[in-house]
Design a protein. Structure first.
Length: 316
């Protein structure tokens, strides 16, 4: 049985294949002989109550000079594909939400979508942590200036961040008494118009912001600790953090065990947990990354584990 795989992603010509997890999935899909059909958001459309797309047959090569090529183009309903990877990066805006509605239409007609479109909408990567308070640092979500200010004053140091960002964008480390604190709060809350997350600062960030990958409810046994560069509070690789692979601690495994049943219940086949010290800070469900780094450091093939899970679901 030859599997037809669709992938909705950002422009493939702009990715960094050394770090791109979607590219790792595509390499493994091609190794298995699956037919790969490439799409971007603007290729999707709904007509006669059926979501279709302009799609291109994709071949990939692990070659930084020339990593992709297209063989043919067609327009077809998404439900003619066996499975679709939704790997479009945030921003998580209304266009992203509309895309999940279109994908959900294909899902209802029998196409397997990874991750489930309804869960992509429901599980905001910051707010989803509130399902697991036993795993998290003290947290406030508010658009009220005084509430945010009081939280920072209570804990002396806090991280303030938008609910819809990625890659470390617009994340502030705030100190009680900082003369810029009111400006930070005004900026992130849009003067009271936007909800913002505030978390107690965790000094263990010095040892790295750990990314734990979850495949069908199972934690990969190693995490990528993204260590901030000197003078930086953020460990995100996108802002210069250094990725160092480490075995999961007992606490890491416990956190994964707390989150896993809900991921499975919500058909989130692939997720990335962000853990600083002993605390869960985010749950990434849109386009989690770090596959290539962990594969390279530990001789893993995380994409193979993911595709095995997809095959199991298709066979059901």
């Amino acid at each position: 049985m030859t599997i037809s795989l669709g992938v909705v992603m950002d422009p493939i010509e702009s990715i960094n294949i050394k770090k791109d997890s979607t590219f790792a999935m595509l390499l493994e899909s091609q190794r298995r002989g699956w037919n790969i059909w490439y799409m971007q958001q603007n290729d999707l459309f709904l007509a006669e109550n059926r979501t279709s797309a302009r799609m291109q047959k994709l071949s990939v090569e692990d070659n930084p000079g020339s990593w992709f090529s297209f063989a043919q183009q067609r327009t077809a309903p998404l439900d003619t594909l066996d499975v679709i990877l939704m790997r479009k990066d945030p921003p998580f805006d209304m266009e992203y939400i509309y895309t999940t509605y279109l994908l959900e239409n294909a899902e209802k007609l029998g196409c397997l979508i990874i991750n489930s479109p309804s869960s992509l909408r429901d599980c905001n990567e910051k707010l989803f942590t509130s399902w697991f308070p036993q795993c998290c640092p003290e947290t406030l979500v508010s658009r009220n200036h005084e509430q945010v200010l009081n939280f920072v004053n209570r804990y002396q140091e806090a991280i303030i961040k938008p609910l819809g960002g990625m890659g470390g964008a617009s994340i502030f480390r705030a100190h009680a008494g900082d003369p810029n604190l009111n400006v930070i709060i005004e900026t992130l809350t849009g003067n009271g118009r936007k909800f913002t997350m505030v978390q107690r600062f965790i000094p263990e960030i010095r040892a790295g912001d750990k990314r734990i990958l979850m495949v069908d409810g199972q934690a990969v046994p190693y995490a990528l600790a993204r260590i901030p560069k000197p003078g930086e509070n953020r460990g995100n690789l996108a802002v210069g953090g250094k990725g160092v692979g480490i075995p999961l601690s007992e606490r890491d495994r416990w956190i994964a065990s707390q989150v896993a049943p809900v991921l499975k219940q919500k058909s989130i086949l692939f997720a990335g947990l962000d853990v600083i010290g002993d605390y869960l800070t985010e749950i990434n469900v849109t386009s989690p990354t770090c596959i290539r780094e962990l594969d390279a450091q530990f001789g893993l093939n995380i994409s193979a584990q993911l595709l095995d899970s997809i095959m199991e679901k298709l066979q059901r």
